[in-house]
Design a binder for this molecule. Structure first.
Ligand SMILES: *Cc1c(COP(=O)(O)O)cnc(C)c1O
Length: 459
């Protein structure tokens, strides 16, 4: 077994040291994927050969999304401490289900959640759970909101579901993320439950319309989703104003801060999340700006008891129930058996601390401004939005092109086919645009300059 692990260890150094210079995706390496298929082996192969093949194909054909030039979606890398701790999590193979299945994993998760609350300036009394992603953090948070809302109507939705209830009103701006809708879809409300109150084509919130809808509910309970960091340009809903509405009308305020919550780490951007401590729940990601491996998200919930009420799982005599001293995080979130995803979070926070994370966030803020300046200086590029955080929304506008949407769609496809750098397209206020996001600890100014050069070369 140690020899097999040695094979992985031997592959690590060349792979990691290639990340700063290799293409994000080498299109010619994808032919290697054919080596992985075929029928299920009848009696199996030599494990060392199996692992050799997996590493050879993976290190060549894998997407270097943990490298410094992957600006698509919002994709962080993996810090050194987090990667080593993730290997440790695989080695120890803990089940972070309960205090009985692993007191160690339970304690690391408790410490990691406490440190995350400290990092973001949130009260220690809040509850929380580590989950697989921000999608699941939205699910967990809105699951708590659902339970709260049912309770206002005298129904325990965890026991009896939604059948005896009207449709749960959910209000948000046009910034609401697809995964919040997906969470509502998984919770049985349907993704169309969201009443979007937007005042323009960008999706900025229309507070007057939101107030009007809240008035029309005549005091009935509702859920407001505030968006801290939207995906096209990194803009924020006015969280304090939404908190004010939520308090005035007795609503549950949920904040989707998948990456935008990290604005709290710098005095330069903390104003963007002002009022977030007035929320009832917050969803965020570890595998984006915290730079820990997939799958890592977390939900933080003001009323700790609500997590157990919504996600507790009473009724199986062989399992610890809620209130049992052996119970654990499986009763505070959607999963039962789960890996110790707390280890990389704990390790990266322990290794780099509050200052390390602030410094990284501020470096990314600077790099985003540098990218904005490079775009502003280029005659064939036009920036479409301000850059409050880490995303730069722009498009190519070479002279003589009449259909700019089609041109930029093809530019986006050409960028991915080329593979040296990655960024994705979106539609911003009706215009097809590129939206590189900078959240990887490895990214330098040279990577940003290289990105601009490749984009302009492909125009
Ligand atoms: C990425 C993102 C999500 C979903 O996160 P996953 O980790 O991919 O599930 C939700 N909300 C926002 C604002 C995001 O940027």
């Amino acid at each position: 077994m140690a020899d097999l692990l040695g094979q992985v260890h031997a592959a690590a150094e060349p792979y990691l040291s290639s990340l700063s210079s290799r293409a994000v995706q080498d299109p010619s390496a994808l032919a290697l994927l054919a080596e992985l298929g075929g029928p299920l082996p009848a009696s199996g192969g030599e494990p060392s050969e199996v692992i050799e093949r997996l590493l050879r194909v993976g290190t060549a054909a894998g997407t270097a999304s943990s490298g410094p030039r992957f600006f698509h979606f919002v994709t962080g890398g993996v810090t050194e401490a987090a990667l080593a701790a993730d290997w440790a999590a695989a080695l120890l193979d803990q089940n972070a289900f309960s205090k009985i299945s692993s007191p160690f994993a339970h304690e690391v998760e408790t410490v990691a959640l406490g440190w995350l609350k400290e990092l973001f300036g949130l009260p220690a009394a809040w509850g929380g759970a580590l989950v697989a992603s921000a999608t699941f953090a939205n699910f967990t948070s809105l699951g708590c909101a659902t339970h709260w809302w049912g309770f206002q109507h005298g129904v325990d939705t965890a026991a009896d579901g939604l059948a005896d209830l009207p449709r749960m009103p959910v209000l948000s701006s046009g910034y609401v993320h697809a995964s919040a809708r997906k969470a509502l879809q998984m919770l049985g409300h349907g993704r169309n439950a969201v009443m979007v109150c937007a005042r323009d084509g960008v999706g900025r919130v229309d507070l007057t319309a939101m107030r009007r809808h809240l008035e029309s509910l005549k005091g009935g309970p509702a859920v407001i989703i505030a968006n801290a960091g939207e995906v096209n340009a990194g803009d924020f809903d006015p969280i304090a104003e939404l908190a004010g509405l939520a308090e005035e009308y007795g609503c549950w305020l949920h904040v989707d801060g998948a990456f935008g919550l990290f604005a709290a780490l710098s005095p330069r951007t903390a104003h963007l999340v002002e009022g977030i401590d007035r929320a009832d729940s917050i969803a965020a990601d570890g595998h984006k700006w915290l730079n820990v491996p997939y799958e890592s998200g977390f939900a933080l919930v003001k009323d700790q008891a609500r997590l157990g009420a919504a996600f507790g799982m009473p009724g199986a005599a062989y399992l610890p129930g809620p209130g049992d001293p052996g119970a654990g995080y499986a009763l505070f979130g959607p999963e039962s058996s789960r890996r110790a995803r707390s280890l990389p979070i704990w390790a990266t926070l322990a290794a780099y601390g509050r200052e390390g994370h602030r410094t990284m966030v501020e470096r990314h803020l600077d790099l985003a401004q540098h990218l904005a300046a490079r775009i502003d200086a280029a005659p064939d590029l036009t920036r479409l939005a301000d850059v409050p955080l880490c995303i730069v929304c722009f498009r190519a506008t070479p002279p003589g092109v009449t259909d700019l949407d089609d041109f930029n769609r093809r530019l986006g496809a050409a960028l991915l086919a080329d593979g040296r750098v990655y960024a994705g397209t979106t539609v911003y206020d009706g215009q097809v645009a590129l939206r590189p996001a900078i959240v990887n600890w490895r990214t330098t100014e040279a990577d940003i300059n290289y990105f601009v050069d490749v984009v302009r070369e492909l125009i």
